[in-house]
Design a protein around this ligand. Structure first.
Ligand code: PFF
Length: 447
């Protein structure tokens, strides 16, 4: 039998899985969604969902992947032969396809700022001018499509070459550097005049602002940031050797994610309030606020450029995982075709993403259910497809995998105590499906 590729170390796996998790979700999506949903209460519900649902589901995906040691579709076929459960993998591929189609638009926005900052076009503007320059740029059809293409091109090049090498090593330096820069940013933001209101906005929950929509979006946000519900983590953990601890990996990924979400919130909201910007500005929020905070730092533009590079890297490592899950399924059995498939799939995603890229310009008036094409793609992935994938995974695991087999898988390479295992199993078997369904029904107004 052909030897499957494996991560070169546990650290390699954690870095790649954390690379998939940490990306635009925590840094771009969290601030704007929290901003639209009243701040503190959203943040708190997000943390609760991450711990009660996200962490157990991440562990569930890890168990599926390492048990089956195969791609997102074959893993389900191996564990539940002769059933239709492999559709869960196919749904994951479709979700990933749509996800990357709009994710690349935001990846492109980072590239726009990078080019502008390097060209010196951003020096000495006021916060309003930053917003205007940015708004004008993303509404330009040629520019927005071009940068989206560049982002996808970088993703294709890496995935075509194969998953591990290089990404692992680069992550080991880039991720800690991103954390450090974020801490600098937070220090600057919280010491701005008038920042206290922003800190309160994030950390002081106001439950009167909570609606069914807030709860659904907090749940979607927690799945989005952990890359859960797509079977991406099934794919990544299938490359992991048996002697590594899955629970420890899951906990460190969740911990890092919560930390970066907190840093993003503490960098953005104090600045939003201090500069008198609108927290509910939507997807452009981060991009309107960032240059203004950096402009308040000595050597601000250099810090900004470094930040953008690290941010781009974080977004790319997430994008790799989206393309990887699709390519690993369709190039299965013909590994020499991997390169062609990566290109073909990547180009198809780019084409599908063009209407999203144009949503901030020529197609801004085209709406469905009151949402632009970009918003619709973002909303349907975060609040429909991810919860659906997560729901099905929480049904699949207790139904199709033996409890003893799961325990054996999870305790390999770790001292996973029986009591903790039982708690995890309870959360997956009962809490996850009931809670996800309740939140989804609630939004539909069923009760
Ligand atoms: N977790 C990524 C982020 O927060 O940017 C987004 C993501 C990647 C979601 C891969 C789902 C996925 F399968």
């Amino acid at each position: 039998m052909r030897q499957r590729e494996q991560w070169s170390s546990r650290l390699g796996f954690i870095l790649a899985a954390a690379g998939s998790a940490i990306g635009l979700g925590a840094i771009w999506k969290f601030p704007y969604t929290a901003g639209q949903n009243g701040g503190g209460a959203f943040f708190l519900i997000f943390i609760l969902f991450t711990l009660i649902l996200g962490l157990p589901l991440l562990l569930a995906e890890f168990s599926i992947g390492r048990t089956a040691q195969d791609n997102a579709v074959n893993s389900y076929k191996k564990i539940a032969p002769g059933t239709k459960w492999y559709w869960l993998g196919i749904t994951g591929m479709i979700t990933s396809f749509i996800l990357l189609s709009f994710y690349s638009v935001i990846g492109g926005w980072i590239i726009i700022y990078l080019i502008k900052a390097l060209a010196g076009d951003l020096n000495g503007l006021t916060s309003e001018e930053y917003g205007n320059v940015f708004g004008a740029t993303i509404s330009d059809p040629i520019v927005s499509i071009l940068v989206q293409f560049l982002f996808i091109l970088l993703t294709i090049i890496v995935v075509a070459k194969g998953v591990q090498k290089g990404i692992e090593r680069a992550s080991a330096i880039m991720m800690p550097a991103l954390f450090i820069l974020f801490i600098v940013l937070v220090i600057r933001a919280v010491t701005l005049e008038g920042s206290l209101e922003g800190i309160r906005f994030l950390l002081q929950p106001d439950f009167s602002k909570v609606t069914s929509k807030t709860i659904l979006e907090a749940m979607g946000q927690s799945f989005f940031t952990l890359s859960v519900g797509v079977s991406v983590m099934v794919t990544y953990s299938s490359y992991l050797p048996k002697n590594q601890s899955l629970p420890r990996s899951a906990i460190s990924i969740v911990g890092m994610n919560i930390f970066i979400v907190l840093l993003a919130g503490l960098a953005i909201f104090p600045a939003v309030f201090s500069f008198d910007l609108e927290p509910g500005a939507g997807p452009v929020l981060l991009f309107n606020v960032l240059p203004t905070i950096f402009s308040q730092l000595p050597f601000g533009m250099w810090f900004f450029i470094a930040f953008l590079l690290l941010f781009l890297f974080a977004a790319l490592t997430s994008a790799f995982s989206m393309l990887e899950i699709i390519v690993s399924v369709i190039s299965n059995g013909a590994p020499t075709k991997r390169r062609q498939w990566a290109w073909l799939t990547g180009i198809a995603i780019f084409i599908a993403g063009v209407p999203s890229a144009l949503s901030y310009g020529v197609l801004s008036d085209v709406t469905l259910f009151n949402k632009t094409i970009f918003d619709l793609a973002d909303y349907s992935v975060s609040n429909v497809l991810l919860p659906l994938g997560a729901l099905l995974i929480s049904i699949f695991v207790p139904l199709k995998m033996k409890k003893t087999q799961l325990y054996d898988e999870l305790k390999q390479g770790s001292g996973f105590k029986k009591g903790l295992f039982e708690t995890w199993f309870f959360l997956i078997r009962f809490v996850a499906p009931v809670l996800i369904l309740a939140v989804m029904f609630d939004v539909l107004g069923v009760w």
